[in-house]
Design a protein around this ligand. Structure first.
Ligand SMILES: Nc1ncnc2c1ncn2[C@@H]1O[C@H](COP(=O)(O)OP(=O)(O)OP(=O)(O)O)[C@@H](O)[C@H]1O
Length: 595
């Protein structure tokens, strides 16, 4: 009985571009040990500029649907970026709001907020979260809707209900301290709000709209976060899913891709509807102003700029309701992602209770003759804004306290694990250190982005419109220049170490190379470089000593930094030590020579 109805009345497929807002968090002196000042600033309600690393006397400008400056309040973000899409949900269409950006830039602050500054999620009110910690599978129905069987459904009818279910659910989210953010989210958090409106009289049309509220974990560079052990593993997973997200956006933008790689990560499967699917989508890109976030900010802005080119095709989901038999109802719940056990019982209880007191038990039972759900949302919002509810505040404080305790326990656990690891490493393997000087981390983006400058086609598609203008320099330009000098020095050191034919390090390691004809050697090196720069996952895996994980890390590096200008750049890829690089070169040169 389910029917798809186009978003427009006339049956024409209406399209809806992904709306992109950028929010700049306030400058935090604590995050700026070198006292360099901000590297990015707003120009007006849609435009901002960031220092151009290629020429520190210039800035690069970006234009977005909305720019939220440091002074923007939580309420203003909600009113301008989120509230406008809520009516679509009530018309049976899907919508999504997701926060993207580097770690520590303010995603959780924007989506969740704090007791005194509630963010988008409590403001958008309603619904549930599952206290279920198991890894839930993701399925797709015949209409390409994403389903999560086993996810708990809880019916709510008041803001107090929402708090009761939502607050404990936030505790399920892992947070931990990294060098860049004391309370970093170590997972993506997705809250799904489903709104069902049923006509009371025949033909009892039922419209179902869903709102996805997504707080993504931050993209992070482990050389700066200082992550190790569990945190490093988490970070690998976070970066991989964000990398797949970026691939999805690229392939949607190219318009020629045969397959959009939604299935390559759970995150992109969940966001399938929001990007290139049928949802009205808002992406809030959070950025930080301090100089140490410069390259993260730059890539987040580029990602945001390309995301705004994505066009979705919303449609109304409408069914004609028939009397619900118990068996069918159980099936419906399963299809909608309900576990059908505990929550089902609770819903029966809720329904019974509300039948007794005559109130409507859930959004399912709102008829058109009752105050619209939208009115209730607005009323709830007003309630929230003026909310003096001490219980709620103390509950949130309890949550903060529990979260702190959990975090401390996790840190202890991490310490134990790293000690154990250290013992085993001392016994055998060499310790692979992830802690490199901060400025070494900066070398990669600088070098790589230069190579991008000679390859404007992709960059133009990404940053739109991008202008370079001669502007009054921001405070820290001098520092930026100093930095690039440091970077060059450091690069030289690295290349000395790897390339110098006279260097002690190399004489022994690379002695085998001197046995080979130089032109043959050069040809092999070029072939390897070409695969590294242009190879797809499969081709990269075809290289000696490159497995699935390393190939993905190489693709990820390429995505962020562009082409490898020389083979030695491979050492900058996570997990690639000089020793591994030497062995990689030997194996691959010998293997390409045979071809
Ligand atoms: N607009 C803002 N106004 C005031 N404080 C902010 C704002 N945005 C972020 N902050 C503060 O900055 C710090 C980092 O923010 P938050 O934890 O939200 O970052 P995040 O992007 O979610 O990081 P992660 O990805 O590591 O979880 C927090 O202390 C937060 O309160």
């Amino acid at each position: 009985m389910a029917q798809r109805v186009s978003a427009s009345d006339g049956g024409n497929k209406k399209t809806s571009r992904v709306r992109v807002a950028v929010r700049l968090r306030p400058y935090m002196p604590k995050q700026d040990e070198k006292d360099e000042g901000p590297c990015v600033r707003g120009l007006d309600s849609q435009n901002l500029e960031i220092i151009n690393w290629r020429n520190a006397t210039e800035t690069v400008k970006y234009h977005f649907d909305v720019f939220h400056d440091t002074q923007t309040t939580q309420q203003e973000v909600f009113l301008s970026s989120v509230k406008p899409i809520l009516p679509h949900i009530l018309q049976g269409q899907n919508a999504s709001v997701f926060a993207y950006g580097p770690t520590g830039a303010g995603k959780t602050h924007t989506m969740l907020g704090s007791p005194d500054q509630p963010g988008v999620i409590p403001r958008a009110v309603l619904d549930l979260l599952s206290p279920n910690s198991q890894d839930l599978p993701i399925r797709e129905d015949k209409d390409k809707n994403i389903l999560i069987p086993g996810l708990t459904h809880t019916t709510i009818s008041s803001f107090a209900d929402f708090d009761k279910h939502f607050v404990p659910a936030t505790l399920n989210r892992t947070t931990a301290s990294t060098k860049l953010n004391q309370r970093s989210s170590r997972s993506h958090a997705i809250l799904l709000i489903k709104v069902v409106r049923t006509q009371r009289a025949a033909p009892r049309r039922r419209q179902t709209g869903k709102l996805y509220l997504v707080d993504l974990a931050g993209s992070e560079d482990n050389r700066r976060t200082g992550n190790q052990g569990i945190r490093l593993k988490e970070s690998g997973a976070i970066n991989l899913s964000l990398f797949t997200l970026s691939k999805v956006v690229d392939s949607l933008n190219s318009g020629t891709a045969i397959r959009v790689p939604y299935r390559d990560s759970k995150l992109t499967r969940l966001l399938q509807d929001s990007l290139g699917g049928s949802a009205h989508s808002v992406m809030i890109t959070n950025i930080a102003p301090e100089f140490k976030y410069y390259f993260d900010t730059f890539s987040a802005l580029n990602f945001a700029a390309k995301s705004k080119l994505i066009v979705n095709k919303p449609f109304t989901r409408e069914t004609v309701a028939v009397p619900v038999l118990p068996v069918k109802r159980a099936r419906e719940e399963h299809e909608a992602g309900g576990s059908g056990t505990e929550p089902h019982k609770k819903r029966q209880k809720d329904e019974k209770k509300s039948q007794q007191d005559g109130s409507s038990p859930s959004a399912h039972h709102h008829s058109l003759s009752e105050p619209s759900v939208m009115d209730r949302l607005i009323a709830l919002e007003k309630l929230m804004m003026s909310c003096q509810d001490k219980d709620r505040t103390s509950m949130l404080k309890d949550v903060a306290q529990s979260r702190k305790e959990i975090q401390e326990l996790k840190e202890k656990q991490r310490e134990f694990e790293s000690k154990a690891k250290l013992f085993s490493q001392l016994a055998g393997e060499k310790l692979i250190t992830q802690q490199e000087p901060v400025f070494k981390n900066n070398t990669a983006p600088l070098q790589k982005k230069q190579s991008n400058a000679t390859k404007p086609s992709k960059q133009q598609a990404v940053v739109q419109p991008l202008q370079v203008s001669q502007l009054q320099p921001l405070q820290q330009l001098v520092v930026a220049k100093k930095q690039s000098v440091c970077v060059k020095k450091k690069e030289k050191k690295l290349s000395d170490l790897v390339e110098s034919p006279n260097g002690k390090e190399n004489t022994k390691e690379n002695a085998w190379e001197s046995q080979l004809d130089t032109s043959v050697l050069e040809q092999s090196r070029q072939k390897i470089l070409q695969v590294l720069n242009t190879g797809c996952l499969k081709e990269l895996k075809g290289l000696q000593q490159i497995g699935d994980k390393k190939a993905k890390l190489i693709l990820g590096w390429r995505e962020i930094h562009g082409h490898f200008t020389k083979l030695e750049d491979l050492i900058k890829v996570e997990g690639m030590t000089e020793k591994r690089f030497s062995s990689f070169m030997k194996a691959n040169i010998l293997s390409t020579m045979g071809k």
